[in-house]
Design a protein around this ligand. Structure first.
Ligand SMILES: [Zn+2]
Length: 280
């Protein structure tokens, strides 16, 4: 599932190819893909527009055509935005033909992806995009923010890191990696973290996200960059996908547990559940 670093890589690959291009043809074959407005209005709104810019916010691709329109894409589990189709691709859901010869294809095996095309004033149709918390690499995301966000929250810190209102763009992979780097057990209640631990965790999130962006994301199965290439960061993962392997730091066997409905992998030695009592 693409998280912040994967979406960042897709946007940085596609922006130079699409910026300045005019959309001359919109074809959507999966009616579930368009979340807002209806399929016909979606086609009408996008056709003929010039793409002025492209950026990322959380896990969303934000494309900015002219005349105030915003085109949002969320890839969810298995969505891909590609300028070249792999031979035998069977999951093509939509295509956007540009006047510069580029054809942007949207492929999605599981079909959970969403697109919106909205004007100012229509934000109530955007769901979670409107309530996104700070970007992890921004100055707003800092120890004080985490301490305030975790106050009175008995939920596991892992679940809180996946809450897009607390920090935008994290998913299972980078939440596990950041908690390992910070030495914090994923099942610790958020409110049990000390100010020092909140500082360490905020810094760890930034370090992991920066590293993953520089590695062009993580590819397990489906993720491909905007150029169709695989990510490199899977070679640098410390815990995610490594349950049963030795911890790179201490040699203890990494364990897997369910936290907030999601699988977490952690080191029972480096990420003690009772750590807060030792530091207090
Ligand atoms: Zn360890």
């Amino acid at each position: 599932m693409p998280e912040l670093p994967e979406v960042e890589t897709i946007v940085s690959d596609l922006a130079p190819l699409l910026t300045g291009a005019r959309i001359i043809r919109v074809q959507v074959w999966d009616p579930r893909l368009v979340h807002f407005p209806g399929a016909e209005d979606f086609n009408r709104r996008l056709t003929g527009r010039i793409i002025r810019g492209m950026r990322r916010r959380g896990k969303y691709v934000v494309i900015e055509p002219d005349q105030g329109l915003t085109w949002l894409v969320h890839l969810r589990m298995t969505g891909r935005l590609l300028t070249k189709l792999e031979p035998g691709e069977r999951h093509l859901r939509a295509q956007f033909t540009m006047d510069n010869g580029i054809c942007l294809s949207y492929c999605d095996l599981r079909r959970f992806g969403d697109m919106w095309a909205f004007f100012p004033g229509e934000e109530e149709h955007l769901g979670g995009f409107q309530t996104l918390g700070p970007e992890p690499l921004g100055t707003e995301f800092n120890p004080d923010w985490l301490l305030a966000a975790f106050a009175d929250r008995k939920a596991a810190v892992k679940a809180l890191l996946l809450n897009q209102r607390i920090v935008a763009g994290l998913g299972n992979i980078y939440a596990d990696e950041a908690l390992f780097l910070a030495g914090i057990h994923p099942a610790r209640p958020g409110c049990s973290l000390t100010p020092v631990e909140c500082g360490t965790l905020a810094e760890s999130v930034k370090t992991v996200i920066r590293g993953a962006i520089s590695g062009r994301g993580t590819t397990f199965r489906d993720y491909r960059s905007g150029l169709g290439t695989r990510g490199n960061y899977q070679q640098r993962l410390q815990v995610y996908g490594r349950a049963g392997e030795p911890c790179a730091r201490c040699g203890e066997t990494l364990e897997r547990m369910r936290v907030g409905g999601r699988t977490s992998v952690f080191c029972p030695q480096c990420q003690l559940l009772g750590r807060q009592t030792q530091e207090a």
